[in-house]
Ligand binder design. Sequence first.
Ligand SMILES: NC(=O)c1ccc[n+]([C@@H]2O[C@H](COP(=O)([O-])OP(=O)(O)OC[C@H]3O[C@@H](n4cnc5c(N)ncnc54)[C@H](O)[C@@H]3O)[C@@H](O)[C@H]2O)c1
Length: 391
Amino acid sequence: MRLGVAGLGRAFVLMLPTFRNDPRVKLVAAAAPRAESRSAFESEFGARGYASVEEMAADPEVEAIYIATPHQMHAEHVAAAAAAGKHILVDKPLAVTMEDADRMVEAARAGGVHLIVGPSHSFDAPVIRARQMIDSGELGRVRMVQAFNYTDFLYRPRRPEELRTEEGGGVLFSQGVHQIDIVRLLCGGRAQSVTAMTGAWDPKRPTEGAYAALMDFKNGAFATLTYSGYAHFDSDIWMDDVAELGGAKDPENYGAARRALQDLDQEEETKLKSTRTYGAGTVPPTAQNNEHFGPIIISCDRADLRLRPGGVEVFGDTERTLFEVQLNEAPRKTVIDALEAALRRNAPPSQTAAWGRASLEVCHAILRSAETGEKIKLTRQVGVASEEETS
Ligand SMILES: NC(=O)c1ccc[n+]([C@@H]2O[C@H](COP(=O)([O-])OP(=O)(O)OC[C@H]3O[C@@H](n4cnc5c(N)ncnc54)[C@H](O)[C@@H]3O)[C@@H](O)[C@H]2O)c1
């Protein structure tokens, strides 16, 4: 598959080990405003660099575009790609506003192109394995999911708008959406309502850093989702000491995120973030395990499933078994599998534009429930492809 990349920042760096190691992908073009990243890209991949997404979308060699620009630009870049008839892989979240999400669903439809929202942790290999186990029917129905994650998210270096909720900042749009995607995938996708509370506890970073939410689903399942990005407790200790991106966690590093930001003003912090982008000498992370998004327990009729970086542990009636999931050389191979299925077999994954809009609806519902104290009814939900086929 001949891909163009829009945006050569942090998200692209995180996709690099996959792009470099999956022989099905050829990077043929990139659009990026910084000449430094463009020339690094041109020399590494022998590909073309463009100053704008529109110009890149006109390149006939480009078959699909991976959009890894800031959230608020996704709609504009999806519109450019779809208008040029290019398939789309857009990083999460689909968008910030529901209006943009509507426009993107329509743009993909009108352009006759596939739009996949990913990568997101709903593509993590153990999540997909658990979904396959659920589809097999052997465990009975999914009844309850518990998902929680305690990270240092709020203290990673940020652009200013990443700390402003109305522009897509805070934990909901960047992190909550991963957890929502995973929970929706496991519970059939069609959430009915959300009740939630949020926390914004650091006046220097005045956006949501934490939330707790309760969701119920059309198929009767329910789920709790808890997240804290305040860089104190770290739930990776309950994930076999494996970090989110599959690397080993170093206990000596405790407090590193907050320490790195000490004494930096906003401009210095933005600069620090840009040192983590492509072309700035950044080395992509090395995964020794599958990626994960914190502890997740799925209660089914006949077993509880615990997702681990190494696989899915099944706690049955009388036996406890770990079904291992090997790490692929291309760590996010499942994302490329999804792209290939869509482009080559016209068989898109569950994570389509309408799916991304449904997860975004839950982000907004969490914020609204926290603000109003009310239970928020959801109206834009879509189901998991495999479950819809069998119902
Ligand atoms: N799935 C993941 O693991 C993951 C991780 C990080 C970020 N993301 C997502 O990726 C997106 C980007 O976040 P980031 O942290 O990489 O931000 P970033 O600031 O590191 O990168 C964004 C890049 O987009 C470029 N850009 C800005 N305007 C552009 C334009 N008009 N055309 C082309 N490029 C343009 C910037 O120069 C920058 O390099 C966000 O939506 C975020 O949610 C996903």
